[in-house]
Design a binder for this molecule. Structure first.
Ligand code: NG6
Ligand code: CA
Length: 512
């Protein structure tokens, strides 16, 4: 079948009437935009119950689309979640896919099947704007030459990225294969996470000059008055101003949409907020009573609004799939003194769940997730079906009529059926990865944590990762907060879930 015929078959199978089916046949494939927040929690969004801040643009997506209560990132940190979302393979299947420094070699081998390559094959223009955090180059990266391989070698036609995180050096954007905005006379950029290469004072030494003080880590090179993880020198003309990152990324995202309004496009809009350092633009300072963490969530909402307004203006809203979600759970103090804990009040960043970023408790990976596609997805619906971000490749492959080979996207399930029927079940189980190799396994309403002797707190954050030397078993139907360990009452179930997790680990795949 051709791509168009396939799309037509899917649309017809879900269309309610023959005339809708005919209309669908004439339609071009939907545009796809993933708005990926960084460390945004389930409880941080109005549509998920937040009242301490307002998120009208995200709430609009929920009103006009489907809101998920059991949608997961694969992991409780950034790098593995993004790896899984783009490749359709659980990141814990391989080594070296934990939180990556900016100069880690590219984690996705060039030429792999990725979400981007699948959509390229289907004729989409594919773009990434924002945080990458999956490594660049092949080791010993020269930041002043051609920076490759990177996004352009794994499925993106254009790329404007923050290489790792904003709290890590280098503090420059990369456009295509090159540093963006560096004056030619400026000193070359050098980066090291191992040794000091910088003669200017560090965040440790010049602590009293900092715009935002650090609380743990984050005390090496200073840029824009904020000290970071790692050392850098040179390329000062290219340094970003943290206050402008949301504006810069949004204007790039809007440009991608405008430039491609006449053909199908996929935009991976990967925000920095509300990750640390939390530095809202001046116009958002004081937008909430919660300090910078609340203010940058309002700033995210503005970014979502930029997408909404652009789609409306260009008449693209109806046939664009917009997915709003986050890469891992929330965190308060993640290394800077930004009053996030002191001013939290009654706000519950992880909603009803136990655990935070880094943790295999639900709060680490159960993500606010809204999918709007006015042409197909019923408005104002809520789905409790289990889906995961690792499902994006299979879902969009199905949408474009591409069959996946057995070795492609081996953990990815097609969730198109849920988009037209919120009660459909497409996966019975999902694996949740915390740091320190801690895995959680949800099947139906049961959540199993395998026993582990790993240290249970994440650095100075004090976050409970869920590590215990004995098994844990929770019934999420009555205990969303994972407080009542039923492992001793149900030893047979513990054994069954343990065996199932081990089997899908050994099989190298979990899609049947
Ligand atoms: C940790 C950092 C944290 C954050 C995280 C990555 C320390 C003590 N903590 O190592 O601040 O940068 O890595 O976050 O350095 S993530 O969302 O990109 O995974
Ligand atoms: Ca993150």
């Amino acid at each position: 079948m051709t791509n168009t015929a396939c799309l037509r078959a899917f649309l017809c199978s879900v269309a309610v009437s023959a005339s809708a089916c005919l209309a669908a046949a004439a339609e071009r494939p939907p545009n796809i935009i993933i708005i990926y927040a960084d460390d945004l929690g389930y409880g941080d969004v109005g549509a998920y119950g937040a009242t301490a801040l307002e998120t009208p643009e995200m709430d609009r997506l929920a009103r006009e689309g489907m809101r998920f209560t059991s949608a997961y990132s694969t992991s409780a940190t950034c790098t593995p979640s993004r790896y899984s979302m783009l490749t359709g393979e659980y990141a814990w299947r391989g080594d070296g896919r934990g939180v990556a420094p900016a100069d880690a070699p590219l984690l996705i081998p060039p030429g792999s099947t990725t979400l981007g390559s699948i959509l390229q094959e289907a004729g989409y223009y594919t773009a990434i704007v924002g945080k990458w955090h999956l490594g660049l180059g092949t080791g010993n990266l020269d930041w002043n030459g051609k920076i490759a391989p990177g996004p352009l070698e794994v499925g993106f036609d254009s790329s404007f990225i923050i290489p790792a995180t904003v709290d890590r050096v280098p503090t420059v954007y990369i456009e295509g294969h090159y540093i963006y905005g560096k004056d030619e006379e400026d000193e070359p950029l050098r980066v090291s996470y191992r040794q000091r290469i910088d003669s200017s004072p560090s965040g440790q030494e010049a602590r009293d000059t900092l715009k935002m003080d650090w609380s743990h880590g984050h005390n090496q090179s200073i840029a824009n008055g904020i000290s970071r993880i790692g050392w850098q020198t040179g390329a000062e003309s290219a340094h970003w101003r943290d206050e402008d990152i949301a504006d810069v990324l949004s204007s790039r995202a809007v440009e991608v949409i405008e430039n491609n309004k006449d053909r199908p496009f996929f935009l991976y809009f990967s925000l920095h907020d509300p990750h640390v350092p939390r530095v809202p633009h001046e116009r958002f300072v004081g937008a909430t009573d919660m300090g910078p963490r609340g203010d940058v969530i309002v700033q995210i909402d503005w970014c979502v609004g930029e997408i909404n307004r652009t789609l409306d203006r260009l008449g693209l809203t109806e046939n664009t799939i917009v997915i709003l979600t986050s890469d891992n759970g929330p965190v308060l103090d993640d290394g800077y003194k930004d009053e996030s804990a002191e001013r939290i009040g009654d706000h519950k960043p992880a909603g009803p769940f136990r655990g935070w970023k880094y943790s295999r408790f639900e709060g680490g990976t159960r993500m606010p997730t809204i999918i709007r596609w006015p042409a197909r997805v019923p408005a104002g619906t809520v789905s409790d079906s289990i889906i995961s971000q690792v499902d994006f490749p299979a879902t969009f492959a199905a949408l474009t009529g591409r069959e996946l080979q057995e070795n492609e996207a081996p953990d990815s399930f097609n969730f198109l059926p849920v988009l037209v029927n919120p009660e459909a079940t497409v996966r019975e189980h999902v694996v949740q990865q915390g740091i320190r190799n801690l895995l959680g396994f949800r099947r139906g309403d049961w959540k199993y944590h395998h026993p582990s002797n790993a240290n249970t707190t994440a650095w100075e954050t004090g976050i409970d990762l869920g590590s215990r030397p004995y098994p844990q078993l929770y019934n999420l139907a009555e205990d969303l907060g994972e407080t009542n360990n039923l492992a001793e009452e149900h030893p047979e179930l513990v054994e069954e879930l343990h065996a199932e997790l081990e089997a899908l680990r050994a099989a190298g795949r979990s899609r049947p």
